[in-house]
Design a protein around this ligand. Structure first.
Ligand code: HEC
Length: 497
């Protein structure tokens, strides 16, 4: 144990030396999570827990300096390579469609490499490769996403400072086995950290503030959100199912040991989108997610409610999906530190309090049916709608250190016939759901417009024009090959829910 920790610290020291020397990348870009293994006896078989995410860093090192192009360097790089980005201003979009690359900013004397979108560019980094590391970048003023993953597995996104990058900040879509850690994100219109349709994810030690949604776990399985500082957003941490996406479940989520503080920022989400329906002052929200365990969080100063559990029927801006269970089942609320929440709540919650003869500021609210859910020590909090919650048969999730995989997830190998599905899941479904408004119009609406005209879709997405006043612009998808665009268009016309 002690030895491993020493090794990790040595790795950090090497990284610093590497940065100063400016010659060789010496960082250990594998993620090592060190835990008190005696406590985690159930989860591990001794030794520190090492998980493999990110690029291997075993290849050549490329240097990018102010005035150079990161994208040109990515195009020239091979698997295993490291791209070191030195302080300077880079106004570009970087597309990574190869596997095993490290994009590593170098911070010198407090000067960062800055990716600057000038509110003209859509995305800073889009990766579809597996085993990608993106670290130490300041990314600001884009219109779409700071870092979006499109079906890439084994990603590592850390130490980035992300400011006002439009719709989403860090957005892995349809990826397995990923670690998002030590990032700071602010000023995002939808979700700052948005984990969409993923599996085996760890989100830890990030700070998110001044966003509409702080951290969002959506249509995702086996994830842990811990040790984050989530403050001054409209809603802090959200675990939910968005109906109408190709993956229909969210389950096995642990939300623990986070600070969820003062999330009262007025909602500035895109009108009609799911997050635009979140009342300002919501600490933690679970909507239709199953097996969510909420433990050890400090939840305070959230004016509407500390913890809100709801089903789809009671949520605004949501249409039911016959393929998705609308209820929040098997929720476990363990010991949390809660005070001063719900002090200036919405009329709907006031009405529920009155109906249930609850006095005082409500800390925890459940609306709708929730089967096999439990709460430890319910008398500690003012609660509404938790009549059917039992007593939990366990008191901690500590034995589960991480859901990251011991061996990296296999790289996705795509058969020709799956190309359209992968592009739709990994790219389009980030903004288009079947029957509800997300960032873009519902797929159903697009199907009615284009029927059997996939070429029309290809033409539009290659060069989108602004059509609707109540939607943002759609970013061009011309970085995808003709073949992939056509496959995505055909798939979009064929999906049925
Ligand atoms: C970052 C979000 C985003 C992504 C990703 C995205 N779209 Fe869109 N899409 C939009 C928005 C927003 C609009 C509405 C634009 C408008 O009406 O001005 C739109 C509109 C459309 C339309 C309607 C065109 C029309 O004539 O009305 C089609 C077709 C479309 N998208 C297809 C796709 C496909 C296919 C993909 C995946 C390859 C995709 N979109 C990915 C946001 C997105």
């Amino acid at each position: 144990m002690g030895k491993k920790l020493g090794l990790v610290l040595a790795g950090v020291a090497l990284l610093i030396v590497g940065a100063i020397g400016g010659i060789k990348y010496a960082g250990d870009n594998r993620a090592t999570i060190v835990g008190d293994t005696s406590r985690y006896a159930e989860a591990t078989t001794g030794g520190a827990l090492t998980r493999s995410v990110g690029g291997s860093g075993t290849g050549n090192v490329h240097e990018v300096r102010d005035g150079d192009s990161i994208q040109a360097t990515v195009a020239a790089a091979s698997e295993g390579d490291v791209i070191r980005v030195f302080p300077g201003t880079y106004s570009e979009t970087v597309y990574i469609d190869k596997d095993d690359l490290v994009i590593s900013g170098v911070v010198i004397d407090g000067a960062w490499p800055v990716m600057e979108g000038n509110k003209e560019l859509n995305d800073a980094v889009l990766y579809s490769g597996n085993n990608i590391t993106i670290e130490n970048l300041q990314i600001q003023h884009y219109k779409g996403n700071a870092i979006m993953g499109q079906a890439g597995n084994n990603f590592l996104i850390r130490n980035n400072n992300i400011i006002d990058t439009g719709v989403y900040g860090i957005f892995p879509e349809f990826g397995e086995n990923g670690l998002i850690t030590h990032n700071v994100l602010s000023g995002i219109e939808d979700a700052a950290i948005y984990v969409g349709m993923c599996d085996y994810i760890h989100v830890t030690n990030n700070e998110v503030f001044d966003n509409v949604a702080g951290i969002e776990i959506e249509n995702t399985r086996h994830s842990i959100v811990e040790n984050n500082y989530v403050h001054d957003n409209t809603g802090g941490i959200l675990v939910f199912i968005t109906p109408g996406l190709p993956i229909k479940t969210t389950f096995d989520t642990i939300v623990r040991n986070n600070f969820v503080v003062d999330n009262n920022t007025p909602n500035f989400g895109i009108p009609g989108s799911t997050v635009a329906g979140i009342p300002a002052g919501t600490g933690i929200l679970n909507m239709a997610g199953d097996q969510t365990t909420i433990e050890g969080n400090v939840i305070t100063g959230n004016q509407t409610i500390g913890i809100l559990i709801t089903d789809h029927m009671n949520a605004p801006n949501v249409v039911l999906d016959p393929g998705a269970d609308p209820n929040s089942d098997e929720i476990a609320i363990l010991d949390n530190m809660m005070w001063n929440n719900g002090y200036d709540t919405i009329p709907e919650i006031e009405a529920l309090k009155a109906l249930n003869l609850v006095e005082g500021d409500a800390q925890i609210l459940n609306i709708g049916t929730s089967s096999n859910s439990c709460i430890l020590d319910p008398d500690k909090y003012v609660t509404v709608g938790l009549r059917d919650f039992g007593t939990c048969g366990f008191t901690t999730t500590a034995a589960t250190t991480t859901y990251l995989l011991e061996e990296p997830a296999e790289r996705r190998i795509i058969a020709a016939e799956d190309m359209g599905k992968r592009a739709y899941y990994g790219v389009c479904a980030g903004c288009h759901a079947y029957n509800i408004k997300m960032i873009g119009p519902p797929t159903q609406v697009i199907q009615a417009l284009y029927m059997d005209n996939p070429q029309g879709i290809v033409d539009y997405i290659t060069n989108p024009v602004k059509k609707r006043d109540d939607y943002p612009e759609m970013p061009p998808q011309n970085y995808l090959s003709d073949e992939v665009r056509m496959a995505a268009a055909e798939y979009m016309l064929s999906v049925r829910n």
